[in-house]
Structure formats: C-alpha cells, structure tokens
Write a protein that binds this ligand. Structure first.
Ligand code: AMP
Length: 467
C-alpha cells in the first residue's frame, strides 16, 4: 500500500482535476469551490483509476470523493448498473443518494436507485427492471436482490464501500464478501472508513488491487460554513424557502424568522408543499416542545422554524443548513444564527433572504464580518426531480414512558426480536416521563406502528401512533 497524506492548507481548486467542464460548472453551482483535504488527497488517485482506502468521516466531503470518480467511470448511454455503493444504514444510503443526485446533475438522465431493507421488495424490483446506472444500498438488501437475480452486476465498473468500519461493526462482513464476489473482477474499488480496525484491512487485502491509502494527518479546523444571500421581494420570501430546500436538499434545517407570525406563515406554506416542517414557539408547553425537538433531532422533521427567543439554548447536532428567512436587525444575532450550522467539523450552509429594505442590515453584517456577502439569484434554484424533500425517518409515539418503567432496550427488543425489523431500521429512541418516541425509517413507519399496537412491549400491550 502507498500512503498519501493530505495537508490542511486551503485545498486546490477542482479545476486542477481532469473533469469535464459541465462537471466543474455544476460543482461551482453547488458552492464547491475548493477541494476538502480528503478530496484533494483522494480524487487525483481515484480519477486515475486506482483502488483506494480512504480515511474519512461524514462531513469531510467523502461522498464527493467517491462520487466524482464513480461518475467519471459511468457511461450514461449504457442502461445497466455500473456502480454500486454499499452503506451501513438506510439513512446514510439516502444521504449518499442525495449527494450523488446533486453531483450527477451535470449529466442528463443518470438513474440512481436506493435499495435498503425495510422497504417492500416489489417496487425495488420494478425499478431495477426499468434500468439504473447507480445503485446505493445496504448489504443485506443488495444480497437479497442478488440471490433473486433481480440485480445484474456484470456491467459494474465501480464498487464503493462507504463507512466500511461501521458495516463490519454491524455484522455485515459476510454479506459484503458475498456481494463483492458477485462483482466483475475488472473494476475500481473505493473503500471509505473512519477508522482502520483489522477487519477493514482484511477486507481491503481480500478485495482490492494494489490499493492506495489516503490518510488525513491533521484535522481540518477552519470553519466550513458557506453563506449565501438571495435578494427577494416581500411577496416571494416564504416561497423562496421552499426553493432553497428543493435545490440544496439539506436533511435538517433551522429556519429563523423575526416574528411569531412569520414562523406560523412559513410552516403553513412549507406543509402545503409537502415538507415536514414544525414550529418551535413560546406558546408550546413543555411536552409539546419536547415532541417537536425529538422529531427534529431524530431525523423525522426536515425544517424547524423558530424565532431567536424560541431557539435560545437549543443544542442540535447535525444541522445541515440555517436559513435566515428575515434578516435580523441585530448583527450579533445573525452571527449567532449562522454559527449553529457547520459545528463539530461538519460542513454547513447558511442562507439569508433579504429584501431591498433589509440591505442596510446586510451592509452592517458585511462590515462586521469584514467581507462582502455572496449574492446569488433565486433563479439559479432548480428543484430536484425527486419531488419534495422528505425526512429519512418518521416518529412513533408510544403512550407510556419512564413512569411505566419502559427503557429504550425494551422497545428496540420488541421491534427487532418480536416484530422482525432490523436494528438498522430503527433510529433514536427517547423515553420521556409519560411517552416514548421511536424513530423508524419512513418506509416501515406504518407497519411498525401496526405491529407495535398489536404486540407487546415489556409484556404489556401499548398504544402507539405515528406523529
Ligand atoms: P460528506 O462528508 O460527503 O457527507 O459531505 C459533507 C458536506 O460537504 C455535504 O453537504 C457536501 O455537499 C459538502 N461538500 C462536499 N465537498 C465540498 C467542497 N469541496 N466544498 C464545499 N462543500 C462540499
């Protein structure tokens, strides 16, 4: 193995890579101006066709580091599966699919399918029969398709193992081995892993050809918040929020409004568009507030809408975007709002919508930040073909909590051991005093609620509803 170490100096521009102009243009449109360290280290090797073992975590830009080589290997005119990405969970598979869709926009009609457990087989089989270029999925379900001969892999040229360490932790080693054996020998294999336990090294030696190793020697400390301003007319402000969500497709967004009325109006507009948006406001009692926050934190609500007062003291990890629906008159508040995204080494977006009347405020923000705002036209926001933004998870509320001595393990056990779901399909479980909230993958939510209502938790019948 050859080691290549990435530095932490600002990354080179994507234009230094041999990528087609349409791809470079699309990257700029997405706001990817410079390569992240993992991309700078991995892309030249991967685009040259090398097998790669790369150490990278979520937030490092790793998806693009394998997506761009995978797309470069792809022939869109050939209607066959040419790339397979294996992920540990449905959640990650959805994220990878979204990022692939964003990056694939430079090309016409690249079909990407997500195949994960939990969803019914039949629609997946039908979609496969229609043809796909790229398949993203969890090892168990991919194996399922291989054994039913519904997923031909003879045209495959790129295989990606994403979060390999986590897949091994989840007991997927044998499934992965079986899937790899079904792939053509002539292929490029890209393995991404946050850590290098022995199992990962074994995987690599078994299935890779002279893999190049890419390590990050130091953590990237600079802030990764990307701010963009959009000029709006008063009448299009709320609609513009929907456009931003449709274009950038962040998994979780905190939207700030200056007034409660604006919050209420925005939630109504977003819900009308089919977006799962909830309002956090001062009139909620503690239980209602908990319910909103639980849903946002567990991935079943895409947008949390709040005033600055209501959002005070919120600590939310994994916020992909902040939207300033209005520009705040207090400049420090703007910095505070924006600082909520891009935490803990993760990249984040901060979008601000400003009307002509608010330009004075933006000028003061520029002054304080010591740099000019980046303005973008609303007209560049184009909806993705995949319909309204959907959250990956849904929340089930079990009436019964600590008072009934319910523990998270009881609920997980009931869902996996008694009701036949996979642990990977179950998300966060929050046990409150009188209620328990379970996040489950969207696709199994109704069925999980039905089985819970018909079954027992801790030996007792329970009442369950989907929020
Ligand atoms: P990932 O680690 O792949 O989950 O990526 C984290 C976030 O960074 C995603 O929202 C990407 O859209 C974004 N991203 C990836 N590469 C770049 C780049 N070179 N410049 C700016 N943002 C990026």
């Amino acid at each position: 193995m050859t080691d290549s170490h990435a530095s932490t100096t600002p990354g080179p521009a994507f234009s230094s890579l041999s990528l087609p102009p349409a791809v470079l243009e699309n990257l700029l449109r997405l706001g990817y101006e410079r390569m992240t360290p993992i991309q700078a280290a991995a892309l030249p090797l991967a685009l040259a066709g090398k097998d790669l073992i790369a150490q990278a975590k979520t937030g490092s830009g790793k998806t693009a580091a394998f997506a761009l080589p995978l797309l470069a290997n792809l022939n869109p005119r050939r209607f066959a599966v040419q790339a397979l990405v294996l992920c540990p969970t449905r959640e990650l598979a959805e994220q990878v699919t979204q990022e692939l869709r964003r990056l694939a926009r430079a090309e016409d009609n690249i079909k990407i399918l997500t195949l994960c457990g939990g969803a019914t087989m039949r629609p997946q089989i039908a979609s496969l029969a229609h043809g796909a270029h790229i398949v993203v999925g969890t090892p168990g379900r991919i194996l399922d398709h291989l054994s039913r001969e519904t997923l031909p892999l003879d045209a495959l040229n790129t295989l990606v193992l994403d979060e390999a360490d986590r897949m091994l932790d989840m007991g997927f080693a044998e499934d992965i081995a079986t899937v790899v054996q079904r792939c053509p020998k002539q292929r490029q294999t890209l393995l991404f892993s946050a850590t290098y336990p022995e199992g990962v090294v074994k995987l690599a030696t078994r299935f890779m050809r002279d893999p190049q190793q890419v390590k990050l020697t130091e953590r990237h400390a600079t802030t990764k918040i990307r701010q963009r301003f959009y000029e709006v007319k008063e009448g299009e402000r709320l609609h513009a929020v929907g456009l931003l969500l449709d274009h950038y497709r962040p998994v979780s967004t905190l939207a700030f409004c200056n007034t409660k009325q604006q919050c209420r109006d925005l939630v109504a507009v977003l819900q009308g568009q089919g977006v799962v948006a909830l309002e956090l406001h001062g009139d909620l009692d503690q239980r209602e507030r908990d319910q909103v926050l639980v849903q946002f934190a567990n991935g079943s609500c895409s947008v949390l809408v709040a005033t600055d007062v209501a959002a005070r003291g919120l600590d939310i990890a994994h916020l992909e975007a902040v939207i300033n629906v209005d520009i705040t008159p207090e400049i420090e508040v703007h910095t505070h709002r924006v600082g909520r995204t891009g935490r803990a080494d993760e990249a984040g977006w901060a979008f601000s919508l400003a009307s002509v009347d608010e330009m004075g405020r933006v000028g003061r923000i520029d002054e304080m930040q010591g740099s000019a705002s980046q303005w973008h036209p609303l007209s560049e926001l184009t909806p993705a073909a995949t319909g309204p933004l959907r959250p990956p998870m849904a929340t089930l509320q079990i009436l019964g909590g600590r008072k009934e001595k319910i523990r998270a393990g009881d609920v997980l056990g009931a869902l996996t051991k008694d009701m036949g779901f996979e642990a990977a399909q179950i998300g966060k479980i929050n046990v409150n005093e009188f209620s328990t909230y379970v996040a489950v993958e969207q696709g199994i939510a109704d069925e999980a609620a039905r089985r819970l209502n018909a079954g027992k938790v801790k030996g007792k019948a329970v009442k369950v509803r989907r929020l």
